[in-house]
Structure formats: C-alpha cells, structure tokens
Design a protein around this ligand. Sequence first.
Ligand SMILES: Cc1cc2nc3c(=O)[nH]c(=O)nc-3n(C[C@H](O)[C@H](O)[C@H](O)COP(=O)(O)OP(=O)(O)OC[C@H]3O[C@@H](n4cnc5c(N)ncnc54)[C@H](O)[C@@H]3O)c2cc1C
Length: 284
Amino acid sequence: MPNKSFDVAIVGCGPAGSSAALQLARYGMKVAILEKGSMPRYKPCGGGIVYKALKYIPVDISSVIERRCFSVSLGMVSANKKFIIQRDLPLITMIMRDRFDLLLAKAAINAKVMLLENCKLTDIRSGKRPVLVTSRGDIKADFIIGADGAISTVARKAGWKETRRLVPSVNWEIFVHDKDLEKFDDIARFDFGLFSGGYAWLFPKKDHLSIGVLKTRSNRFLPDALIKGYLKFLGIKRVLHMKRYPYPIPISPRRDGFVKNKVLLAGDAAGFVDPITGEGISGA
Ligand SMILES: Cc1cc2nc3c(=O)[nH]c(=O)nc-3n(C[C@H](O)[C@H](O)[C@H](O)COP(=O)(O)OP(=O)(O)OC[C@H]3O[C@@H](n4cnc5c(N)ncnc54)[C@H](O)[C@@H]3O)c2cc1C
C-alpha cells in the first residue's frame, strides 16, 4: 500500500462513507476509504431515494436513475383499501446501489480521496493515533469514521454496545416478462397487512422489480413464503429469475452516543434509519 497514514480513515464505501470522504477532502483533509469489497458491489437495498434525500446527495445522480416515481401506492390489504399519493415531484427516485455507490465513490476519488478496496477492517488499536488493523495491513489515522453499515465492526471494536434495534429484511431482485414489468410502471408501492408486524414493497427498476419485506416485530429469519405470498397477491405468476438478499436494518439510533475517543459513527452504523419506512439513504 503506497501510503498508510491519513487525517481521516473512513471504513465503508456506502453513501455515508463516500459523502463524508468527499466533504472532508473538500476541506483539504487527507482521507482514505477502506472498503472490504470491490466497487461496484451489490448492497441489499430497495434502492428507493425519497424526495427529501435528493438535496443531500453531493453529486448529479441522473446517470444512475432507473425510474422516477411520482406516485406511491399504500395498500392496507386486510381492510381491502388502497391510497394513491401523487405529486409533481418525484416522491421516490429509483436507483441500483451498485451504480449509485460507485458514482459517489468516484466523486470522492476525484476529490483526491484514496479508495482502498478489498480492505477489510478487523480490529482497532486505540492510542494517541488509532491504528486500523485491516486485511491489507495496518493503517494509521488521526480520526476514524465508522460508515460500515448495519453490522458495524468499527462500532464493536471501538467499544460500543448494541443499543440499536435491528430488524430483519430481505430484498429480492426479480426479473419478469415485459408485460408484468409494465403493470408496475413508475409507481412505488407499499403493502401492509399481508403478514403481521411488517410490510412488503415493490420498487420498479428499468429492467426488473426490487421487491422486499421488512418485519419490525421479529428478530428472526424471514421465510421465502412471505415473498411467494406477495408475488401471488401482486398477480405475478411467472418469474424469469430472482435473487434473494437478506440484511438487517437498524431502525433506531444508538443510545450510547455516536462519538468515542477518535471514532465517529455514521449512517447505518449509527442507526440513522427511518423507523417506519426503513429508509436510510438520507441518514447516510
Ligand atoms: C433490504 C433493505 C432494503 C432497503 N431499502 C432502502 C430503500 O429503498 N431506501 C433507503 O433509503 N434505504 C433503504 N435501506 C437502508 C439503506 O440500505 C441503508 O440505510 C444504507 O445503505 C446505509 O448506508 P451506509 O453507507 O451507512 O452503509 P452501507 O450502505 O451498508 O455501506 C457500508 C459499507 O461498508 C462496507 N464494510 C462493512 N464492513 C466492513 C469492514 N469490516 N471493513 C471494510 N468495509 C466494510 C460494506 O461492504 C459496505 O460497502 C434498505 C435496507 C435493506 C437491508
């Protein structure tokens, strides 16, 4: 590794990591992002950016927009009711996280941030200048930002206890016939009451559907029967190809603070996710 000493080392190349890196680099700091994967990488996510989040995104994202949804449907399945909200502004902008996160990472790199890929943080040695122990060797930094998501190693190694509420969720990327894809054009939908203590969503993308479920009243694994039931409810009979991506969502912030010694937590690592919608890109 060419240089192992930075003003700030940021762990995680999601939206929290890249936007913090970009901002700090613009202030003239020497910044590195340590990412355990290699960009672009898949992140389990519906990929829906709510309108309020758009103003926080530090780059033009038009090249990675899959669809703009000006309508949102809220289904109350057990009451057999559906509410459609329609606005002149895109209520939810659809992206795929691999391309979106890469775009943010490139903006950080252009601002002279060093991106260290395949660089997994395994430990932190505290001291006057903390040392990040990684799969690519030790790295020194004056400050560390833990932007390493819901299962944050930084938080654990820097001494945080688990005080966030983590709930299970699953996103499926589902490819269907064009006829079925057209049925769900440009409208984001949330359906409540199909199963207890949670809801399902359908977010249309350019060439497929991102469909997922979240349960706030369960710490347990979500069975595939939930998605099968939802597909049936949606009237999707034939799936060409589908892939399942489970991941927890922290729906409450940490109760023991966000800064310890020289470490700051951001995004999911801090628990900055909307407790009802599970939306965390704006918090990141
Ligand atoms: C199924 C699901 C659907 C969701 N849908 C939406 C949605 O539609 N809209 C929305 O706004 N939010 C959604 N969210 C929430 C959203 O995905 C997160 O809030 C957001 O990704 C948080 O960004 P982040 O940068 O904090 O962390 P992440 O995006 O999780 O990025 C963390 C990064 O850190 C890296 N990393 C982790 N550990 C290490 C390590 N030890 N060393 C180095 N690197 C490491 C990871 O590889 C990753 O790249 C969803 C979440 C889930 C699970």
